[in-house]
Write a new protein. Structure first.
Length: 175
């Protein structure tokens, strides 16, 4: 019976060793007679818990600069005195050698001498359409910004230039 007990004990230890063998270093056992001699004490292998990998934090980025659009001149109501208007008509009729009264007549017909007059297509003292204004101003070597149509002096200068080139067709109802 003692032998049976010893066999069960050995079998139990063998099963325990088998179970722990994946985590425990196998002890070498020697059986001498009825004694079991363990030459190495089983130790449980430490289980390593993975440590979290440090994730790099995003580097602060400089905010992208926002582009501020370049302001373009906006039409402002201008108050022109008759005296100033007459001086401008004289100046540009002399510069372009055109009839001062014709310049006045066209401006009066187109806008009743209102430099801020505007419709959906035409603007300024002489009611220039955008394409005509741009083309003429480029031909003159001047700034072709369409908002300059509202500038009294620029408008008179441009009209005088066109009249000097015999371009009366721009104002079919007023020449």
């Amino acid at each position: 019976m003692l032998i049976l007990l010893l066999i069960f004990l050995i079998l139990g230890i063998a099963i325990l060793v088998k179970i722990l063998s994946s985590q425990v270093k196998k002890p070498t056992t020697k059986i001498i007679g009825t004694e079991i001699l363990l030459t190495e004490i089983p130790t449980v292998a430490p289980t390593f818990t993975p440590t979290p990998t440090a994730t790099p934090s995003p580097k602060p980025t400089k905010p992208k600069p926002t582009l501020t659009p370049t302001p373009s001149p906006t039409p402002r109501p201008t108050i022109i005195l008759q005296k100033d208007l007459d001086e401008l008509f004289t100046k540009y009729s002399n510069e372009y050698n055109v009839d001062k009264e014709l310049l006045k007549k066209i401006a009066n017909c187109e806008s009743t001498l209102n430099p801020n007059a505007s419709t959906n297509k035409y603007a300024g003292l002489f009611q220039f359409a955008e394409p005509i204004w741009i083309q003429t101003r480029n031909l003159m070597g001047q700034n072709s910004d369409i908002n300059l149509r509202f500038n009294t002096e620029e408008s008179i200068k441009t009209a005088a230039f066109l009249i000097s080139r015999r371009r009366f067709d721009i104002w079919p109802n007023c020449n």
